[in-house]
Design a protein around this ligand. Sequence first.
Ligand code: CP
Length: 315
Amino acid sequence: MKHFTSILQLGDLSEALAEAAAVKADPFADQQLGRNKTVLLVFFNNSLRTRLSTQKAALNLGMNPIVLDVNQGAWKLETGRGVVMDGDKSEHLLEAIPVMGSYCDMIGVRSFARFESKEDDYNEVILNQFIQYSGKPVFSMEAATRHPLQTFADIITIEEHKTKPRPKVVMTWAPHPKALPQAVPNSFIEGMSMTDYDFVIANPEGYDLAPEFVGNARVTHDQDEALAGADFVYAKNWASYEQYGQVLSRDRSWTVTKEKMALTDNAFFLHCLPVRRNMIVSDDVIESPRSLVIPEAANRVVSAQTVMKRLLERL
Ligand code: CP
């Protein structure tokens, strides 16, 4: 694994989960591995969990983390090739990336879908330029189409709490006032394809995800049918893929409430956070003892540390 942009690059999931469990049990065991190594964390978008958990993971590995918020204090970056730079952007990404690469041993990048061009987003133009021009291992801290560190933490959390060998896991769309990227649900589907869980996607008409991600996964437009007998409910909003980047519905009958959870087999509730309460999920569900959102977020340190450890081992 030279770069990490998809959960599929973990390879054998059982091995990755065993490695993650070892990291969690003894977080400082690999302090020497990262000694005198620097990781640069580049954020084009806001973050709480990724920013903190990845820095913590780097420190656990003995690394020196540097954080760059591109939109706060750095020169405004042009990303389009061939652009006459006579506007407000002072530096081109094509110089900035190799410069960043010269200051570190590996780079984490957060760069969301911009919803300006489905083609650009789904070709991961920003992330791929870091891979092409930085000269360093690159890992995704959520890119336009995937959020693999989140998915790895999600699966670690499910594995820690499942009571059946093959739990029913439902990923359900839920309403949100703004257009959100498809990275988390796309990535979660990829992660589920690595398991033998009974996996179902529930979303309203018009919200089917990209066929290359959905693959053979079961999709229903009936949320209640999906939730019946579920062991885990993973709620998430995403903007339409078909009408790319559009918000087609804010239908709160899709909000995950106590009544919806009553359809399940006493399911655990998961969400990657941040979450809009009483849009995505009701207060009583997220505050219930079956809500795993805090341990799920805590496992972001474990997923980041396991991935960075693997990248360090290849340096
Ligand atoms: N789940 C997640 O990635 O959270 P942040 O956007 O706060 O990093």
